[in-house]
Write a protein that binds this ligand. Structure first.
Ligand SMILES: *[C@@H]1O[C@H](CO)[C@@H](O)[C@H](O)[C@H]1NC(C)=O
Ligand SMILES: *[C@@H]1O[C@H](CO)[C@@H](O)[C@H](O)[C@H]1NC(C)=O
Ligand SMILES: *[C@@H]1O[C@H](CO)[C@@H](O)[C@H](O)[C@H]1NC(C)=O
Ligand SMILES: *[C@@H]1O[C@H](CO)[C@@H](O)[C@H](O)[C@H]1NC(C)=O
Ligand SMILES: *[C@@H]1O[C@H](CO)[C@@H](O)[C@H](O)[C@H]1NC(C)=O
Ligand SMILES: *[C@@H]1O[C@H](CO)[C@@H](O)[C@H](O)[C@H]1NC(C)=O
Ligand SMILES: *[C@@H]1O[C@H](CO)[C@@H](O)[C@H](O)[C@H]1NC(C)=O
Ligand SMILES: [Zn+2]
Length: 521
């Protein structure tokens, strides 16, 4: 049970999250403004990719998986993880793995231990500045890395991505990210539908030849700038209601009124989520994004106003999307790994970044390592008045700040300080109390849980298929395969693409009576 002081301390989050928007109102780029040219004979994967609407590596769209990128922004709290879990926890990708997502984490009001848990569960942790500022100074960005490493035990090398608060970034922000060793940014918008000639819905690309998105929105971008070889941009793909290019929706689309109406209408939102997905799927398979501020769809945060209708609508969309063959829900870094090494659908079985594994740690071991059953009772409570938090790695003397992201550790009453993650150990194996790594070898480390990939909705609960070929047994009896969409239904699995439009209409029609309009909050 959360104490009332904790409630009060975490509450201010709502205030500033509601103020942020991440909305666009029209095209943020055009071919003329982009002035983009890229020499595809010189720009080669895996480290260079020209901005293009075509799938990477010359793949045909029909050989290309359909990726749905799921991201969350801002502070990590029990409320926000509950919110994400209500959409992803019950799902499986076609290889039997629960989908991973990316958390662009800012640190005010973040409960560090939950970041550790989320990371150890296989999700991507990325940088969203320490105190949530637009066009951030460098210490807001680098301090976020340091504090997440020190207080959440996230290995520095695994924090590869950045999203700017309010999507407010500049040319200098991108240069700074590249100089700090980040792999990618995901702050720009793809703001023109894939069905329009002038679409800016490019697959993720490297900035060897400059940016091609947001050319009308950010000063000094594009026409070859900034040139950042090997640094990637993952555009955020807008969704479009029935007004097309004049009806874009970017973050938290379920908070927007659609089609020029004045009130939120979940039926209309579901309709355009599906129609945008279908346009991507039947076109060049550019990814679709669900870019969320999970606090807006939390049912547990005090003062919540989200309706069950909205939650159910988002799940209905994901249910439907997962019924379309070769659809995968992924994190930003999983998408990028695939773009850099784009294997066709037929070879996804052996594609490591989409696999899932569990760290091999005895469940009875008492070790503060990001696994709830192991770390229970071992967390340090850092009772700062502004935002109290829990951590495995010892409380700092003061909350981390851009000026001091790693304050000295406060000594516990017993006189013991904790050891921060060693660079040569993985988070689930690091014992911050003893200061030792319980596993350093690749063989004892992780157990692959992925299943051979079948057609979406295939019944893999029956006779086990052969192992994945990497020496691990794919038939762990403790984790029987559950059909990836959780209900075993696969009615659309073999539906030809041409029949989709009719299906969309049918499904929406059936739901129209079920969902009422809800007010925006
Ligand atoms: C913070 O994490 C602790 C430990 O998991 C949990 O008990 C508490 O409810 C969390 N509080 C919030 C607001 O996230
Ligand atoms: C974040 O926390 C710092 C340090 O407590 C504080 O100075 C700052 O005002 C906070 N920022 C926001 C946006 O709440
Ligand atoms: C972006 O952030 C900077 C620095 O915080 C601020 O001065 C500027 O007004 C912001 N721009 C927008 C469009 O919000
Ligand atoms: C909600 O949207 C649906 C689908 O676009 C539409 O048929 C319905 O009339 C809308 N409801 C309201 C109250 O506007
Ligand atoms: C909303 O859904 C939750 C979880 O299924 C349920 O407990 C709650 O009663 C529902 N609320 C309403 C108003 O239907
Ligand atoms: C890991 O690093 C620590 C400290 O540098 C060192 O003592 C230890 O031997 C290293 N362990 C391995 C397995 O490399
Ligand atoms: C899946 O296969 C198993 C074993 O062949 C069978 O018992 C089970 O009923 C099947 N499930 C479905 C949903 O077809
Ligand atoms: Zn934010």
């Amino acid at each position: 049970m959360v104490s009332s002081t904790l409630f009060a301390a975490f509450l201010p989050l709502l205030g500033f999250v509601l103020a942020q928007d991440g909305s666009i109102t029209g095209p943020t780029s055009s071919a003329a403004a982009a002035g983009y040219s890229c020499d595809a004979t010189k720009c080669k994967l895996p480290d260079c990719n020209c901005a293009s609407t075509d799938p990477p590596g010359g793949l045909k769209p029909e050989d290309t998986p359909m990726f749905v990128v799921f991201t969350a922004d801002d502070a990590v709290q029990s409320y926000t993880l509950d919110a994400v879990n209500q959409f992803l926890a019950q799902r499986k990708n076609p290889n039997g793995c629960q989908p991973k997502m990316t958390y662009y984490t800012s640190l005010n009001f973040t409960n560090y231990t939950l970041v550790t848990d989320w990371y150890v569960a296989g999700n991507e942790i990325a940088d969203h500045t320490m105190t949530h500022v637009g066009t951030p100074p460098e210490n807001e960005v680098s301090g976020n890395l340091v504090a997440l490493n020190q207080l959440a035990g996230i290995p520095l090398k695994s924090i590869q991505g950045f999203r700017a608060p309010f999507l407010n970034y500049s040319v200098d922000t991108l240069k700074m990210l590249a100089s700090l060793g980040f792999t990618y940014d995901s702050s720009s918008s793809a703001s023109v539908p894939v069905t329009d000639d002038d679409t800016d819905a490019f697959w993720p690309y490297s900035l060897d030849y400059g940016m091609a998105n947001d050319c009308l929105a950010v000063e000094g971008l594009c026409k070859g700038e900034p040139k950042l070889p090997g640094f990637w941009e993952l555009p955020m793909y807008a969704l479009f209601d029935n007004r097309g290019v004049d009806g874009p929706h970017l973050m938290d689309p379920w908070l927007d009124a659609a089609n020029g109406e004045t009130a939120v209408n979940d039926t209309a939102t579901l309709e355009y989520l599906k129609s945008t997905f279908t346009a991507h799927y039947n076109g060049k398979r550019q990814p679709l994004g669900l870019y969320t501020h999970p606090i807006h769809v939390s049912r547990s945060v005090p003062g919540t106003t989200v309706t069950n209708s909205t939650i159910n609508m988002i799940n209905a969309f994901l249910d439907w999307a997962q019924e379309q063959p070769n659809t995968w829900i992924v994190s930003s870094i999983q998408l990028l790994e695939w773009v850099r090494n784009p294997v066709p659908i037929s070879q996804l079985d052996s594609f490591a970044p989409l696999k899932c594994s569990t760290p091999s740690v005895d469940s009875s071991l008492k070790i503060c390592n990001g696994i709830p059953q192991n770390e229970n009772g071992l967390l340090a409570h850092c009772a700062f008045p502004d935002f109290p938090f829990y951590t495995c790695y010892g409380c700092p003397q003061e909350p981390p700040s851009p000026a001091q992201p790693a304050p000295p550790q406060a000594t516990e009453s017993g006189g013991q300080t904790r050891f921060r993650l060693a660079a040569n150990c993985s988070t689930p194996f690091w014992d911050p109390i003893k200061g030792e790594c319980i596993c350093n070898s690749a063989t004892c480390a992780f157990t692959d849980q992925s299943r051979p990939i079948g057609p979406n909705g295939a019944n893999l609960t029956g006779d086990q298929v052969s192992s994945t070929g990497d020496g691990t047994d794919a038939s762990a009896t403790s984790n029987p395969y559950v059909p990836f969409n959780g209900n075993g239904a696969a009615p659309l699995a073999s539906l030809p693409a041409g029949l989709w439009a009719a299906t969309v209409v049918g499904v929406v029609g059936a739901l129209a009576g079920a969902y009422g309009a809800v007010a925006r909050f």
